[in-house]
Design a binder for this molecule. Structure first.
Ligand SMILES: [Zn+2]
Length: 318
């Protein structure tokens, strides 16, 4: 058996970037399955949802924003704590960096370890990593459950609708335009990363997103979803992947199988249906490990360190 290169260290091909207008005030910056950024242009200010992985990468988002508006960028919203979403924040020079309190708590608890781990897993996604300032990206406004921002007459709701991709997941909802920025709770043609997930909660949280009845949805990865059918496909695809993976892992664990055996069974089961999604081979070892933990004895995700990443990979892929 050949050994797979760790995580995405062999993924070096640049992606094509799209900048799409979704509704009167909403734009999506997407990149063929690389992490997306959402943009809301209000009456008096701009709000950015997830920052890109480095300040140099964020500069390209700013360049696109400046093609459509010269209003000041006042808000950066972090959908969750992952490094690839937050480490570009300093480029925007926004006075307000907003997250859920749960996301803030995760940055305190595991932000440093996550930063080292993520940069090691996927170097291409951290272009010009030397432009990231030392330390963490600290939110200076936090909320629990729901927070409403008014950008002039435009209502912007920040909603915590349940745990899923992480404990602190926040979606950004424009009720007047029925446009939703989901963060990594929803992916499209991209494999959901679930190494820090709550498998039992995630489908219920997706039901809560669906209940908003979004007309447009910007997923964490993949193309912007611009019709009701596309939105449904994004929600259903993510829900099916999470449910299929977790039911395979719980069945294996209940049968008393070791993690490595459960991993092999689960990747064989899921590959025909999901193997064409980007980062499938990257995500599966992390996703199955977390699912096995949740199915056995760890209610909360264990912290990934660069060392734990390598040990896990060697155990499952070596
Ligand atoms: Zn994430």
């Amino acid at each position: 058996m050949s050994t797979k290169t760790f995580a995405s260290q062999a993924d070096l091909v640049e992606k094509k970037i799209s900048f799409d207008k979704l509704s009167e005030h909403a734009y999506a910056y997407t990149a063929e399955g690389d992490p997306n950024t959402g943009i809301v242009v209000g009456d008096d200010a701009v709000l950015v949802v997830d920052t890109q992985a480095t300040p140099v990468m964020a500069q390209d988002v700013i360049r696109r924003i400046r093609e459509v508006t010269d209003k000041p960028i006042r808000y950066v919203v972090l959908s969750h704590y992952h490094a690839v979403r937050v480490l570009g924040a300093s480029a925007y020079k926004a006075p307000h960096i907003v997250s859920s309190q749960d996301t803030y708590d995760l940055i305190v608890e595991r932000g440093e370890q996550d930063k080292a781990s993520e940069i090691g897993r996927f170097p291409r996604l951290f272009n010009a990593v030397e432009s990231v300032p030392p330390g963490m990206t600290w939110p200076n406004i936090t909320f629990t459950g729901k927070m409403t921002l008014w950008l002039g007459k435009l209502e912007v709701q920040l909603l915590q609708l349940g745990r899923g991709h992480t404990k602190g997941d926040t979606v950004v909802w424009l009720p007047q335009e029925k446009t939703l920025f989901s963060g990594d709770l929803v992916e499209f043609d991209a494999t959901p990363y679930a190494g820090d997930a709550y498998f039992k909660d995630w489908p219920t949280t997706l039901d809560a997103l669906a209940a908003l009845q979004p007309a447009k949805l910007v997923p964490g990865r993949g193309a912007a979803l611009q019709t009701a059918d596309q939105v449904q496909a994004g929600l259903a695809g993510t829900r099916n992947f999470i449910a299929d993976l977790y039911s395979s892992v719980t069945a294996g664990a209940a049968a008393g199988h070791e993690l490595r055996q459960v991993y092999k069974q689960t990747i064989d089961k899921l590959r025909p249906k999901y193997g064409q999604w980007v980062i499938f081979d990257h995500c599966m070892p992390f996703d199955v490990t977390r699912a096995y933990d949740e199915a056995t004895k760890y209610a909360d995700p264990r912290i990934w360190t660069a060392e734990r990443d390598q040990q896990m990979w060697a155990a499952l892929e070596g």
